[in-house]
Design a protein around this ligand. Structure first.
Ligand code: FE2
Ligand code: FE2
Length: 419
C-alpha cells in the first residue's frame, strides 16, 4: 500500500524543477576540458553504487556515499560539475534498480542538493583557514566535517519530509526515530571518513589508494565477523524460543513463527517503516522466551491455573525482557516482549499500561499473538472459524486490542492474508 499525498507530490515536483534548473544553469559554465572530470565522476559513482558493506542488519554503507562526498569536496572550486556527474549516475542506478519514476527523481535530487550544499559549505569555510590547502591540514579537515554535516542534515530533512508527507507521520518522529538513528549515523560518518581518507591518499599519490585497499578489506572482514556473531546470537535466541513453544502444552510448535507472519502482515498494512517491521518480526519470534523460566508443572498443566500459578505465569514477559535486554541487538525487541500482554483498556500485565502508552509495535504483537491462538487447535478446543474470530475481535476492539489495529486485522482476515 503506497500512500502519496498532495504535499509529497509538491515536494517531488519542486525537487525535479530545481534539479533541472541547476543542471541547465551550470551547463553554460562548463568547458570542454571538464568533460573528462565529469566522465570519471560518473564512472566512480556508478561503480561504487553496487558495492555495499553490511556492518550490521541496520547499518549498511553504500560505497557511492563516500565517493559523492569525496567528489563534492574535491570539486569545491567547480561546483558546477556536480549536477552533471550526480544526476546521470544516480538516475542510471535508480533505473537499474527499477525504481518508480518519482522515487528515482526524489533520490537523485535529494543527493544532488545535499552534495551541492556540502561543497558550498566546504568552500565557504575554507576561506576562513588560510593555506596550505592540503587535505591533511586541520582547517581543511574541519571544513570537510562541516560539509559532511551539511550533506547529512539536508538529506535527512528531505527524506523525513517525504516520508512524513506521504504517510502522515510526524516529521520530528520520522527524523529522530527513523532517519537519524544511531546505526544510520554510524554508517554516514564512516562513509565520510572513507571518502576523506580516499582524498588524502589521492592527493598524496594515486598509488597510496592501491596500498590502502587491503587495509580497508581487513576492516571490512572485522565488521563481517561482528555481524556473523550477531546472527549466531539471534539464531540461539530463536531456537530457545521455539523450544518454549514445544514445551508449552497449549501451543503448537509453529506458534511464534505464525505470530511473526501475522504481526508482519498487520505492520505492513499499517505502512510502518522497514526497520520497525523488522523489530516486530524479531520480537514475535521470541515473545514468549520468558516462559523458559516457568516450571513444567505450570506450562504443561491441562486444567486452568490457580491464582499462585497465574502469578508465576504472568512473570514471563518480565523474565523475557530481563534475558533479551542484555543483548545489544535485542534491546528494542526486549521492550516489546515486556509489553506483549498489556491491554488497550489498561487491564493487562505486567505494567497495566493503557491505550497509546503501550508502544504501537507491542500492540501489533498482542493482536497477532491472540489471532494465532484463535486460529490454531488447542488441546481443549478446535480452531475458531473465520466468523468466530471476527466476533472475538469485535468483542476485544477497544478493550483488549487497539481499535484501529483491530479493524486492520479484520480487513486482512477478510482478504485471506491472515488465515
Ligand atoms: Fe506471552
Ligand atoms: Fe504467544
Amino acid at each position: 500500500m503506497v500512500i502519496i499525498r498532495a504535499k509529497a507530490w509538491f515536494l517531488i515536483w519542486f525537487l525535479l524543477i530545481t534539479s533541472v534548473a541547476v543542471m541547465l544553469m551550470s551547463f553554460f559554465t562548463l568547458g570542454i576540458d571538464d568533460l573528462a572530470s565529469i566522465i570519471i565522476g560518473i564512472i566512480l559513482i556508478i561503480a561504487s553504487d553496487s558495492l555495499n558493506i553490511e556492518l550490521s542488519k541496520d547499518t549498511i554503507i553504500t560505497m557511492s556515499l563516500p565517493v559523492i562526498y569525496g567528489l563534492s569536496l574535491y570539486h569545491f572550486q567547480n561546483v558546477n560539475l556536480l549536477p552533471w556527474m550526480i544526476i546521470p549516475a544516480i538516475l542510471m542506478s535508480e533505473i537499474r534498480r527499477k525504481a518508480e519514476w518519482y522515487k528515482a527523481v526524489f533520490n537523485t535530487s535529494a543527493i544532488l542538493i545535499s552534495a551541492l550544499l556540502c561543497s558550498i559549505t566546504f568552500s565557504y569555510l575554507l576561506y576562513l583557514f588560510p593555506s596550505p590547502q592540503a587535505f591533511t591540514n586541520i582547517g581543511v579537515l574541519l571544513s570537510a566535517l562541516a560539509g559532511g554535516l551539511a550533506f547529512l542534515f539536508t538529506n535527512a530533512i528531505l527524506i523525513s519530509s517525504i516520508v512524513s508527507f506521504s504517510y502522515g507521520y510526524s516529521f520530528k518522529d520520522v527524523l529522530i526515530n527513523q532517519i537519524l538513528k544511531k546505526e544510520q549515523l554510524a554508517a554516514v560518518f564512516l562513509s565520510f571518513i572513507i571518502g576523506y581518507t580516499g582524498l588524502v591518499l589521492f592527493q598524496f599519490s594515486i598509488y597510496s589508494i592501491i596500498i590502502a585497499i587491503p587495509l580497508v578489506y581487513g576492516i571490512y572482514l572485522l565488521f563481517k565477523r561482528g555481524r556473523e556473531l550477531e546472527l549466531e546470537s539471534q539464531i540461539a535466541m530463536e531456537m530457545a524460543a521455539s523450544t518454549v513453544d514445544l514445551r508449552d502444552a497449549t501451543y503448537t510448535s509453529l506458534h511464534s513463527k505464525r505470530v511473526r507472519d501475522f504481526a508482519a502482515a498487520i505492520a505492513k498494512a499499517l505502512d510502518l517503516p522497514r526497520s520497525s517491521i523488522e523489530v516486530i518480526e524479531n520480537a514475535a519470534l521470541v515473545h514468549d522466551i520468558g516462559k523458559i523460566g516457568i516450571s513444567d508443572i505450570i506450562l504443561k498443566k491441562p486444567d486452568s491455573l490457580n491464582s499462585e500459578e497465574w502469578i508465576e505465569m504472568k512473570q514471563h514477559p518480565v523474565k523475557g525482557h530481563e534475558l533479551l535486554k542484555k543483548l545489544t541487538k535485542y534491546r528494542e525487541v526486549a521492550r516489546l516482549v515486556l509489553y506483549h500482554h498489556e491491554r488497550w483498556d489498561g487491564k493487562g500485565y505486567p505494567a497495566g499500561l493503557k491505550g497509546d502508552k503501550i508502544p504501537l509495535e507491542a500492540r501489533v504483537l498482542t493482536l497477532a499473538d491472540a489471532l494465532e491462538a484463535m486460529l490454531s487447535d488447542r488441546p481443549y478446543r478446535d480452531r475458531l472459524t473465520i466468523s468466530q474470530v471476527i466476533d472475538e475481535l469485535t468483542i476485544g476492539e477497544g478493550t483488549q486490542f487497539d481499535p484501529i489495529l483491530t479493524k486492520i486485522a479484520v480487513g486482512l482476515i477478510n482478504k485471506g492474508v491472515i488465515s
